[in-house]
Design a protein around this ligand. Structure first.
Ligand SMILES: Nc1ncnc2c1ncn2[C@@H]1O[C@H](COP(=O)(O)OP(=O)(O)OP(=O)(O)O)[C@@H](O)[C@H]1O
Length: 253
């Protein structure tokens, strides 16, 4: 079942006085099936963050359409967008974006609190998610008392707590050391096996090789895509490296 459709999306940033316009996305079209794990790669400035912001309803495309679970995101009002984001999307950022004044537990529960969930429902959701992410022992601690890897797993728990249709991750391993990055990628693979759809922007070939499909953005379009299929991670890693080299050297796809 198709969960996300990105249809001929174009984004032009206009400066206030109509001066230098920047075309960040020219014509992006792709779909994501429910349960997929998709990585998006592209050189710096290729428009990955722009695309993620549009998917997150934080920005509007200049042209084109985004449909999530049959809902045209261009047609939701500003007012409904925040609720929609909270209920349908889970976010994981490079810099964790946890609130230092809240405990790990309260950080994770925040989306439920904002949506007015009763206490017993909140606790019922918290327990299994904290267990899956191996942070049950950390719930009373504060973000400044835990490691980067633990912070990121807390952020993933917060992203999962609303049971979102789609997890959007922006460079989730970017601020982690290699051990913590591997742990996080294992967690992503595990939650994906559990049926969670994930869309992850990354510069890391290692991270992208965990995904089931990799989209490469170049010159404002989806330039190429790779399906992992039955390939091993090592084979996928090599294939991604080959495409990145072709992109960097302007070679054939
Ligand atoms: N608010 C903005 N106003 C004007 N131009 C912008 C704005 N945001 C991004 N751009 C431009 O749009 C293009 C795409 O930027 P974007 O941040 O989406 O790229 P990216 O692929 O995420 O890069 P990186 O990997 O370095 O984060 C770049 O040329 C950038 O300079």
């Amino acid at each position: 079942m198709e969960i996300l459709k990105v249809d001929q999306v174009k984004k032009i940033y206009t400066t206030r006085f109509g001066g230098n316009n920047v075309q960040a996305l020219r014509d992006i079209t792709f779909t994501v099936e429910s349960g997929e794990y998709v990585a998006i790669m592209g050189e710096s400035g290729s428009g990955k963050t722009t695309l993620l912001n549009i998917l997150a309803t934080l920005d509007q495309p200049t042209k084109g359409k985004i449909v999530l679970e049959g809902k045209d995101l261009g047609r939701i009002s500003e007012k409904k967008a925040a609720k929609f984001r909270r209920e349908q999307l889970g976010f994981v950022f490079q810099e964790f974006n946890l609130l230092d004044t809240l405990s790990v537990k309260d950080n994770i529960l925040l989306p439920l609190v904002l949506s007015g969930y009763p206490q017993n429902e909140m606790m019922a959701r918290l327990k299994p998610i904290a267990g899956r992410l191996h942070i049950s022992e950390l719930l009373e601690k504060y973000p400044y008392e835990i490691s980067g890897g633990q912070k990121q797993r807390t952020a993933v728990a917060r992203a999962l707590i609303m049971n979102p249709k789609l997890i959007l991750a922006d460079e989730p391993t970017g601020a982690l050391d290699s051990h913590a990055a591997m742990q996080l990628l294992d967690v992503f693979s595990e939650i994906n096996r559990g049926g969670q759809t994930i869309l992850m922007v990354t510069h890391s070939t290692e991270a992208a090789s965990h995904a089931k499909r990799v989209l490469f953005i170049k010159d404002g379009i989806v330039y190429h895509q790779l399906y992992r299929g039955e390939r091993s991670r090592e084979e996928m890693y090599q294939m991604i490296t080959n495409v990145l080299t072709a992109i960097a050297t302007g070679g054939e796809r």
